[in-house]
Design a protein around this ligand. Structure first.
Ligand code: TYM
Length: 339
């Protein structure tokens, strides 16, 4: 069992990242340990340069994201925690995979279509080839499971397609070069939506900070954001089916369920028939209660820049050692002579 996943160090960690992915990263540490496996979690800083960015912010966001992940429960003693930029094998493998990935596959990626918008000519080449680097990220370590939110599913299907074609074209049935990774997407909370618009996902790139709960928000800010969250005028239903066609209500109920560790029917059996005037303060309280310890730990960890750099360096050293055999195998399979 080899678990690999990444997050872009752009802006703050928000509730969507936490419930869609990071919470599973933390849980999978125990499972991997029990089964003699290994977890590798990284900051996708190389992916972050596919969009316009401020270099000084990228550097500080990278360190802050390490602090946030450790505050959430990622243990750098048990998991390998690092940033791509210190493991050049990611970029090397990407180049090798560029020979296998097809333009047509990349053209179909919804993230490319959304982020490039109408200005494809002006988009960076990195934004287009982004999913090939993502494939390299997981194939480099022979990942078996990749815990992510729903929005990364298409990228992981592409990683499987690339691995399969590479194995077919250059490997042998007895000795495939790459393992096909399985996405691991939580059945609930796979797609947390914006607090201002139930049809848009909660995202770091939304210009309105009111659209998301950041893991660094203090109690007052959380209560305020929940209070101002968009809703409809109806009371909550007592059955799950009653949430259909009510995206904002459905989102708030799923957030409550995920944070309280309950399922949606259990939440509705308690709050069915109640208006948001009663539900919202209860939701705010659950959020504050669960996020306060993470927030406190984050505030402490972020102060020690040297300690954060040491975590990244130690993680990168371990990641490079694990990456080398697969990278060598890929070079060899392609017939590239390296002395
Ligand atoms: P990123 O940085 O956008 O998000 C990190 C993780 O958080 C999940 N996520 C969400 N889950 C539920 N609801 C939401 N609103 C929400 N927003 C984000 C994402 O699905 C993701 O799991 N391309 C990736 C980073 C990456 C990666 C990889 C992931 C690079 N290489 C290899 C896995 C494997 C990204 O930009 O995630």
């Amino acid at each position: 069992m080899r678990i690999v996943s990444g997050i872009q160090p752009t802006g703050n960690l928000h509730l969507g990242n936490y419930l869609g992915a990071i919470r599973n990263w933390v849980r999978m540490q125990d499972e991997a340990q029990a089964r003699g496996g290994q977890c590798l979690y990284f900051l996708a800083d190389l992916h972050a340069i596919s969009m316009p960015h401020v270099p000084a912010d990228l550097a500080s966001n990278t360190r802050e994201m390490v602090a946030a992940l450790v505050a959430c429960g990622i243990d750098p003693e048990r998991s390998i925690l690092f940033n791509q930029a210190q493991v050049p094998q990611h970029s090397e493998l990407q180049w090798l995979l560029n020979g296998t990935a097809r333009m047509g596959w990349l053209n179909r990626m919804t993230q490319w279509k959304d982020k490039a918008g109408k200005n494809r000519e002006g988009a960076s080449v990195a934004l287009f080839t982004y999913p090939v680097l993502q494939a390299a990220d997981v194939l480099l370590y022979q990942a078996t499971h990749v815990p992510v939110g729903d929005d990364q599913k298409q990228h992981l299907e592409l990683a499987r397609d690339i691995a399969q074609k590479f194995n077919n074209d250059f490997g042998s049935e007895q000795a495939p070069v790459f393992t096909l990774p399985e996405p691991f997407i939580p059945p609930e909370a796979a797609r947390i939506m914006s607090l201002r618009d139930g049809s848009a996902k909660m995202s770091k790139s939304d210009p309105s900070d009111m659209s998301r709960i950041n893991l660094t928000d203090d109690a007052d800010t959380i209560m305020q954001k929940v209070k101002k969250a968009k809703t409809d005028p109806e009371p909550l239903p007592s059955e799950k089916s009653g949430l259909e066609g009510r995206p904002e209500a459905a989102n708030l109920v799923s957030i409550y369920a995920a944070m309280a560790g309950e399922d949606v029917p259990a939440v509705l059996s308690r709050f069915g028939g109640e208006g948001f005037g009663r539900f919202k303060p209860a939701l705010g309280e659950v959020l504050v209660e669960r996020l306060a310890p993470i927030n406190a730990r984050f505030m402490e960890l972020r102060r020690d820049r040297d300690a954060l750099d040491a975590i990244l360096k130690a993680g990168a050293d371990k990641a490079r050692a694990l990456a080398l055999p697969t990278l060598d195998a890929a070079y060899r399979a392609l017939g590239l002579v390296r002395g």
